[in-house]
Design a protein. Sequence first.
Length: 233
Amino acid sequence: MALRVASRKTLAHARLGLGFLQSRSLQTLTLPDISYDYGALEPAISGEIMQLHHQKHHQTYVTNDNKALEQLQDAITKGDAPSVAKLQSALKFNGGGHINHSIFWKNLTPVSHGGGEPPHGSLGWAIDANFGSMEALIKKMNAEGAALQGSGWVWLGLDKEFKRLVIETTPNQDPLVTKGASLLPLLGIDVWEHAYYLQYKNVKPDYLNNIWKVVNWKYASELYEKECPTERD
Ligand SMILES: [Fe+2]
């Protein structure tokens, strides 16, 4: 009997194309720590915003993604294809929220730790080559962020296939990879109202102008250098 049950399960998994998950235990997501104090980005971003953003908003994406992952595992175990399909939007939204915010905290750093210091070396040269100058890049990202309707993100990404920098926007919590499998996020700016409204009210352009004062270009440069190592003699 046990064999028959196992065999039915295997067939169900095979039908869903998810057999590889059958014997894996579910690994839950956790809220990552931020490497600086909530108030350390002031005056560019208030400590109150940072605390709520991290402890409430990001935590909610983590909690809801864990719930959806648990439901997914249950649906897969039962071979319940409609439930698997139904869970996709919750997984994209909450999983994307977790992915994007985990990058966002690393994209920022206090001024005392180099926040806002423009990138030196190969990323700095690539920005000049692709966009003309750092000022031109900031202007373009701010314009795209300001023009984004509803909630979403504006990204500086690296197209790993063509080794070139790109500016993209994504709606809601869609991660950059939804715009192309070869896109690596170097810098993501959260343009949801929860990222600025308590401090900047409805003046999104002021938030976008000020966030550059605490951008961690060192982190973006390390990612870039890893994919596009500087050739040395
Ligand atoms: Fe956010």
